[in-house]
Design a protein around this ligand. Structure first.
Ligand code: NAD
Ligand code: UDP
Length: 337
């Protein structure tokens, strides 16, 4: 297959490209490098022995994207090109709506023009927002609590409307839970350009000495130790979920619209993660308990049965392995440049 991976230089995209190339697929990455670095392309080549096509462009640049679609005859689009920081989305909703919505409009418009049959879209468990019902299955209603989540929800609704009007296009929205970990080579991983917002990169930067201590946002949640519980999933498992979804789309051209959770189905608390990481790296992780972070829910983990039933996909790596790979990446990330 010939696949366009929009946002393919980023954290999840780069791991997905590695899996695609390793399986013998042709890949063209379009990325404006707003949250990634060009050396990722070299690292992907080093891991796989194959170099993906790379176009440095904004996905919203219709003229440039038209050239890309005209040059390559794509069989599918994987759309990961999005801004993803919840707090920033509250401060800059216009930037978030423009980036995260326009990018999808441009891609789908060109898919229609160039007869590309399927799109796999990076959605998020954040569309579920606050819910008392865990594990969360795909029938749960939208309860977004911030502009970032709203952009994911609106993209889903937009794609649903598109496939209804254009039966030649199908759309699978993958609702990711909490991706962590890195490629076992230590060459690619999550590489925040700023102070991390997410838990795992924060922990790894404390462990390596870049940051002094972790703030744990609340220890009074109704969970087994009072800290928030999430469904952490290894990014390589997540990447493989995209290949499984692509295969499903290829075999089921009439599927229309699907929303599918990608998670492990297991919930771990902040302290579970801190303790497991501490064991793996052999260091204690200094932390302090601070106030709850606005918008955080107590517990969120997936019902992953739909992905298993439809795609035959399930996550394989456990929490210890996620911590090992995150730690290796943190130790290696500056060495290969
Ligand atoms: P990332 O920031 O590492 O990757 C996104 C990539 O898209 C970056 O390389 C960035 O430069 C690029 N990009 C952004 N806007 C673009 C545009 N307009 N044109 C071209 N390139 C653009 O983020 P990630 O963690 O790999 O996330 C990928 C997708 O998955 C995002 O849509 C994100 O919202 C979604 N998601 C991520 C998580 C997570 O925890 N990482 C969870 C759920 C959903
Ligand atoms: N968290 C924390 N300290 C941090 C970052 C996150 O205690 O510096 C907690 C957060 O409250 C949540 C969990 O870690 O319970 C996962 O947060 P993250 O931002 O990684 O992902 P989210 O589930 O919010 O998308």
């Amino acid at each position: 297959m010939n696949i366009l991976v929009a946002g393919g230089a980023g954290y999840i995209g780069s791991h997905t490209v590695v899996e695609l190339l390793s399986r013998g697929e042709q890949v063209v990455i379009v990325d404006n490098l707003s949250n990634s670095r060009e050396h990722v392309i070299d690292r992907i080549e080093r891991i796989t022995g194959k170099r993906p096509g790379f176009v440095k462009a904004d996905v919203r640049d219709t003229g440039k994207m038209n050239e890309v679609f005209a040059q390559y005859k794509f069989d599918a689009v994987i759309h990961l090109a999005g801004l993803k920081v919840v707090g920033e989305s509250v401060e800059k909703p216009i930037v978030y709506y423009r980036n995260n919505l326009e990018s999808t409009w441009v891609l789908v418009d060109l898919m229609s023009k160039y007869k590309v049959p399927s799109i796999i879209f990076s959605s998020s468990a954040t569309v579920y927002g606050e819910t008392d019902q865990v594990p969360i299955n795909e029938n749960a209603e939208y309860h977004c609590t911030n502009p970032y989540g709203n952009t994911k929800m609106i993209n889903e609704i937009f794609l649903k409307d598109v496939v209804t009007a254009c039966p030649d296009i199908s759309a699978i929205c993958l609702r990711y839970f909490n991706p962590i970990g890195a490629h076992e080579s230590g060459q690619i991983g999550e590489d925040p350009l700023d102070i991390p917002n997410n838990l795992m990169p924060y922990i790894t930067q404390v462990a390596i000495g870049k940051l002094e201590r972790l703030s744990i946002f609340g220890d009074d949640y109704p969970t087994h130790d009072g800290t928030g519980v999430r469904d952490y999933i290894h990014v390589v498992d997540l990447a493989k979920g995209h290949l499984a979804a692509l295969d499903y789309a290829e075999q089921n051209p009439d599927l229309g619209f699907l929303a599918v959770n990608l998670g492990t189905g297991k919930g771990y608390s902040v302290l579970d993660l801190v303790h497991t990481f501490s064991e793996v790296c052999g260091k204690s992780i200094p932390y302090q308990i601070t106030a709850r972070r606005p918008g955080d829910v107590a517990t969120s983990y997936a019902d992953p049965s739909k992905a298993k039933e439809l795609f035959g996909w399930e996550a394989e790596f456990d929490l210890k392995r996620m911590c090992e790979d995150s730690w290796r990446w943190q130790k290696c990330c500056d060495k290969f440049i």
